[in-house]
Write a protein that binds this ligand. Structure first.
Ligand code: F6P
Length: 351
């Protein structure tokens, strides 16, 4: 929807917004950026607090003032904006969720909402905005960028589904949380000789399901990227396993590939093996971030500040070939990625 609203031919009119000159470098060499805002948007992800902390600390240490915007874009257009200091981010690195809170703002999906957001930035004297979130959040940032507001995006979503980056903050923690839960489910599936069908998050992507499936030794992994035949790829695999002496079974289904309750029902009906569904749901979004998420969030936050200081605006901070770098927001949003077929093949060879 945002894609349509913000296409080139449908740009909002901004004659009321003051044109800013981002070329007049200040003493520190930062090209006109003095006060920045940070918000978290969309679904929360473990490591968002570490992102905020990094932006605040690296920003202030570089001579910038940092303001926190609560409740994502919703708080932006409503003016929920206040300064954040060094001490405000103490003890946040290890905490899950986002202390700035987050929202999926419907208003910000309209031209009017974006304009209101840009005006509110002017009211608070914010020269640039750092946005931590997923694709939808970056589309909001791009809309602001097209109005002339400098923005930086930092990928924060458990789904790992942002096309321009190999890694998104929160993904590792979510997978570890899911893995621990599935290990527990395996214990009880084993005691009862049952089939445990576990639905994991990921929206339309199967990254969590595939890797958690490998890590837990699942018999079946269903992901949206791969078409499957239920009889051949689920029922037959389970029956073959039983004929070889298996006593319990783990089936992982990505939420974009099917529904655990329906799948468990069909497995029990067709095989006679008692089956139980578990939807891990929002459990996967909470918890203390892993080392991977804390360090990635911290280094991406620093990179965001570096971009602003260098006058490199409208960028998404990404991981490419294992290194943290940045890409133009338009280019980044146009990029796509998919799970390499070798990874899918390897998972099959392990089942
Ligand atoms: O994008 C993160 C995510 O957790 C997805 O995996 C899931 O589909 C969605 O958000 C759930 O959104 P909500 O928290 O709004 O129900």
């Amino acid at each position: 929807m945002l894609e349509l609203l913000y296409n080139e031919n449908n740009l909002p009119k901004i004659d009321t917004l003051k044109a800013k000159n981002y070329d007049d470098a200040d003493a520190a060499g930062a090209p006109g950026i003095k006060r920045i805002g940070i918000l978290t948007s969309g679904g929360d992800a473990p490591g968002m607090n570490a992102t905020i902390r990094a932006v605040v600390r690296a920003g202030i240490n570089s001579g910038l003032e940092v303001y926190g915007v609560t409740r994502g874009y919703h708080g932006l257009w409503k003016g929920e904006i206040s300064p954040i200091g060094m001490r405000d981010v103490s003890e946040t690195l290890q905490r899950g969720g986002t202390f700035l809170m987050t929202a999926r703002s419907k208003t910000f999906q309209t031209d009017e909402g974006v304009l209101k957001g840009a005006k509110m930035m002017e009211v608070y004297g914010l020269d640039a905005l750092v946005v931590s979130g997923g694709d939808g959040s970056f589309k909001g940032a791009r809309a602001l960028a097209r109005l002339g507001v400098p923005v930086i995006g930092i990928p924060g979503t458990i789904d790992n589904d942002i096309g321009c980056t190999e890694y998104t903050i929160g993904y590792d923690t979510a997978m570890n949380t899911a893995m621990e839960a599935i290990d527990k489910l395996r214990d009880t599936a084993s005691s009862h000789e049952r089939c445990s069908v576990i639905e994991v998050m990921g929206r339309r992507a199967g990254y969590i399901a595939l890797n958690v499936g490998i890590a837990t030794g699942a018999e079946v992994i269903l992901i949206p990227e791969v078409d499957f035949d239920f009889n051949r790829d689920v029922i037959r695999v389970i029956l073959d396993g039983r004929n070889k002496g298996k006593k319990h079974y783990i089936v992982i289904v990505a939420e974009g590939a099917g529904n655990a309750t329906e799948i468990a029902y069909k497995i029990e009906e067709q095989t006679g093996i008692e089956s139980r569904p578990t939807i891990l749901g929002h459990l996967q979004r909470g918890g203390s971030p892993t080392l991977r998420d804390r360090t990635t969030a911290s280094l991406m936050g620093v990179r965001a500040i570096d971009c602003l200081l260098a006058g490199r605006y409208n960028r998404i901070i990404i991981e490419k070939n294992g290194k943290i770098t940045d890409i133009d927001i338009e280019e980044g949003l146009a990029a796509s990625k998919t799970i390499p077929s070798i990874e899918i093949e390897n998972a099959k060879r392990l089942s």
